[in-house]
Design a protein around this ligand. Structure first.
Ligand code: FAD
Length: 414
C-alpha cells in the first residue's frame, strides 16, 4: 500500500469538513466525506422559498477572515457588502452610527447620534486603531474577560454599551449579556474594522457549495455515522467502513464510545421572516433595536441585500422567552412598529436554530495540527474546538487534515 492508497474519511460536510477535504486533496489525498443530511454546509444553509433566499439564521462572512481568503474564491461569490454602519432604534427614534474612517458621510450622524457620548465615539475610533495594529496571535494570547467587562474597563458608558454594543454583539455572539470572551470581541471588532460583513449574492449557502465544488464526487450525502471505533466507521444503515484515518468534523462525543460527554452548551437564535410593503433602507444595513425588554434584536431587509428580491424583513431574536410561536410572531411585529415604525406583513417563516454557536470557557484562534489527534486513527475538527466562526471551522478542518497528512508522510501507517 502506498501512502496515496490510505483510506481517509471525514464525518460532516460543514465548512470544517469541507476545508479538511480540500486540504487533503491539495496534498494529493482523496478523502470521502460522509454527511447525514441532504445538502452540504451544516449550519450554513439557505432555503429557497419561491424566489426568496432565506438563510438559516442571519449569518455573515467577514471577508477579512484569513480562512475565507484561503478556502474561498471571494470574487466568484459575488459578495454583497453590508454598510459599515447600523441604524439604531431607541424608543421609536432612529440613529445612524457608522465607521467614519471608512466612509466620511457617517461622521456627522455618528457624532450626533443619541447612542452614547462624544467621548464614547472617540473611544470606538481609538479601539479600532488599536485593534488594527494588534495581530491575531496577540489577540488570542491576551488575558480573557467577558466582553462586558472589557467594554466597561475601556471606559465606555452604560448608554453606549446598552444602545450599541449590546444589540450589535448580541446579534453576533447570540447571547444577550456580553459574556463571550474579550478575545472573540477583539477578533470580531478587528475583522469588522479591516473588512466587510458580506453575504454571497446567492445566499449564505453559496459558501459551502463553492467549497464542495472544489472536490470531485467525494461527498456521500444522506449517510449517517453511528459510531467510530479505531479504524472502523459504523453507519446507521448497518454498513461498516474501513478507515485508516477519520476526521470527525462535528462534536465527537456522540460518535466515539467512552469519550467523556463534552457537556457543551450552545447559543440559539430564532429568525423570523415577514413580508412587508416597506421599501427598506436603500442599502444593505443592519437595524438594531435597543428598546428595553424588546425581544427583537437586529433586522435587515432582504430586498436591500439581494437584487430583485421580494420585500422581506429578517428579524433575529436571541433573548430567552416563553412565548409560543404565534405569540412571538405578534410580539416581534408589534416591536417593529413601535420601535422602528416598520410594518411587518405576514410571517413567511420562523426558524429556530437551537445549536447555533458553541459556548466556551476559553476561546482559542484555531487548533494546531497535533492537537487535533484524538487516537491513532481519529482526528477532530469543527468550530466547537476553538471558537464559533466560519474562520475557526475552516482552520480546524485544515489543521486536522494537516495532522493526517503528517501521520501518513512520516510513515505512521495504521
Ligand atoms: C444562526 C447562525 C449565525 C452564525 N453567524 C455567523 C457569522 O455571522 N459569522 C461566522 O463566522 N460564523 C457564524 N456562525 C457560525 C458558523 O456557521 C459555524 O462556525 C460553522 O458553520 C461551523 O461549521 P462546522 O463544519 O464546524 O460545523 P457544522 O456546520 O455543524 O457541520 C457539521 C456537519 O456534520 C454533519 N454531521 C453531524 N453528525 C453527523 C453524523 N453522525 N453522520 C454524518 N454527518 C454528521 C452535520 O449534518 C453537519 O453538516 C453562525 C452560525 C449560526 C447557526
Amino acid at each position: 500500500m502506498t501512502s496515496k492508497d490510505v483510506k481517509i474519511h471525514i464525518i460532516g460536510a460543514g465548512v470544517s469538513g469541507l476545508a479538511a477535504a480540500i486540504t487533503l486533496k491539495k496534498a494529493g489525498y482523496n478523502a470521502h466525506i460522509l454527511e447525514q443530511s441532504t445538502t452540504v454546509g451544516g449550519r450554513v444553509k439557505t432555503t429557497m422559498n419561491g424566489s426568496m433566499k432565506l438563510d438559516h439564521g442571519f449569518q455573515v462572512l467577514l471577508d477579512e477572515y484569513p480562512a475565507a481568503k484561503e478556502f474561498l474564491n471571494l470574487d466568484s461569490l459575488n459578495l454583497v457588502k453590508f454598510s459599515p454602519a447600523s441604524i439604531v432604534f431607541i424608543d421609536g427614534k432612529k440613529h445612524l452610527i457608522g465607521d467614519a474612517q471608512r466612509d466620511m458621510s457617517f461622521a456627522w450622524s455618528t457624532l450626533i447620534a443619541g447612542v452614547g457620548s462624544v467621548s464614547d465615539k472617540w473611544k470606538v475610533f481609538k479601539l479600532s486603531r488599536k485593534l488594527k495594529q494588534k495581530n491575531l496571535i496577540d489577540i488570542f494570547n491576551s488575558p480573557e474577560k467577558t466582553t462586558l467587562d472589557y467594554l466597561l474597563d475601556y471606559g465606555f458608558s452604560k448608554k453606549m454599551i446598552d444602545c450599541f454594543f449590546k444589540p450589535f454583539y448580541t446579534g453576533i455572539f447570540l447571547e444577550t449579556e456580553l459574556q463571550t470572551s474579550s478575545r472573540m470581541f477583539e477578533f470580531v471588532f478587528k475583522m469588522f474594522s479591516e473588512g466587510n460583513a458580506t453575504i454571497p449574492a446567492a445566499g449564505i449557502k453559496a459558501i459551502p457549495e463553492q467549497m464542495a465544488g472544489q472536490l470531485d464526487g467525494q461527498i456521500k450525502l444522506n449517510t449517517t455515522v453511528k459510531e467510530v471505533i479505531a479504524d472502523k466507521i459504523y453507519l446507521e444503515n448497518g454498513e461498516i467502513l474501513h478507515s485508516d484515518y477519520t476526521v470527525i468534523a462535528t462534536p465527537a462525543d456522540v460518535l466515539v464510545p467512552n469519550l467523556p460527554e463534552s457537556g457543551k452548551e450552545w447559543h440559539s437564535v430564532q429568525t423570523l421572516y415577514y413580508d412587508t410593503d416597506e421599501h427598506g433602507f436603500d442599502q444593505p444595513i443592519i437595524g438594531l433595536i435597543a428598546g428595553e425588554d424588546c425581544l427583537s434584536n437586529n433586522f435587515h431587509f432582504l430586498n436591500d441585500v439581494f437584487e430583485n428580491h421580494p420585500k422581506v424583513i429578517s428579524v433575529s431574536v436571541v433573548a430567552k422567552h416563553n412565548l409560543t410561536k404565534d405569540q412571538l410572531e405578534e410580539r416581534v411585529r408589534k416591536e417593529l412598529i413601535e420601535q422602528a415604525n416598520i410594518k411587518a406583513g405576514d410571517l413567511i417563516k420562523m426558524m429556530e436554530i437551537k445549536k447555533a454557536l458553541p459556548t466556551f470557557d476559553s476561546i482559542q484562534y484555531a487548533m494546531n495540527p497535533t492537537e487535533t489527534q484524538l487516537t491513532q486513527n481519529i482526528f477532530l475538527a469543527g468550530d466547537q474546538l476553538s471558537n464559533g466562526s466560519l474562520n475557526a471551522a475552516m482552520l480546524n478542518g485544515k489543521a486536522a487534515a494537516q495532522a493526517v497528512i503528517s501521520n501518513i508522510e512520516n510513515g505512521i501507517f495504521v
